[in-house]
Design a protein around this ligand. Sequence first.
Ligand code: SF4
Ligand code: ZN
Length: 297
Amino acid sequence: MKCRFCENTAEIVLRRHKIALCKKCYPSFFEKQVTYAIEKKKMFSKDDRICVAISGGKDSMSLLHVLKKLGFNVFAIHIDLGIDGYSDRCKEVVENYCHSNDIPLVLYDLKENKGKSIPELAKKKRRPTCSVCGTVKRQITNKLARENNCDVLATGHNLDDELVFVFSNLLNADVHMLARQKPVLDSRGLMVKKVKPLYRVMDAEVKYYADIEEIPYYAGKCPFARDAATTIYKKWWNELEEKRPGIKANFYFGFLRKIQPILESRIKQDESGLRACKLCGEPTNREICSVCMLFLE
Ligand code: SF4
Ligand code: ZN
């Protein structure tokens, strides 16, 4: 089979797009998808200072790489979560990449700053590790982005990640979360603008890009990912995609087009009560934010 854009033999088959591409043409196809997402959703422009939250995994590393390659003004932030056998390797990847590509990097060590790592915190509070981790990461990335004067905070969530968030919120009938489930969240008060430039590309498509562009990333999984519900849902959706190519994109884009806007207009988000946490000053709906509650003895 020939590449759609040149005479080379195609090596990558994108069944949902019904095209096949060679390794030389694939990166520009991927970069066009990302550019389209940024422009369509008015995420940011070349004048903006963009903070990219990187974990060291393929998605966030690919996001940082593609934005830098497209000429955007980026800097990176990374949180060392203190997870044995995982965090050190992620940090090494992140530091090496930013250093060799001349990208400013802000490192935040959770244990150093707050006294406890994610596993220690989850154990102490007897809460699911990923739920604790998500709460902490959301607040700290927002804080680091804001304190480093960014215009927008970009994360590496891809189409599969977003699809699974929507799916699990549907299963839980969490209409408030569903109403906020979109690739751009505007800034409000102390919350910076948040964007997901990879929301149109699938997991496997990001991996092709990372491998062809030789972007270094940590390919291992966090030890807590194994038990996460999202991992089970992703597997199930992949089996479905095998049988019905395009079903993941249809479901997710259908949600964004037809369901999310209705929910957003009907459900009033309780933002009137958004205020600064009494202890740390970060935005919260309560007197003391959920992160401070976690770290309180
Ligand atoms: Fe955190 Fe869970 Fe992701 Fe591990 S898998 S980094 S614990 S959210
Ligand atoms: Zn607080």
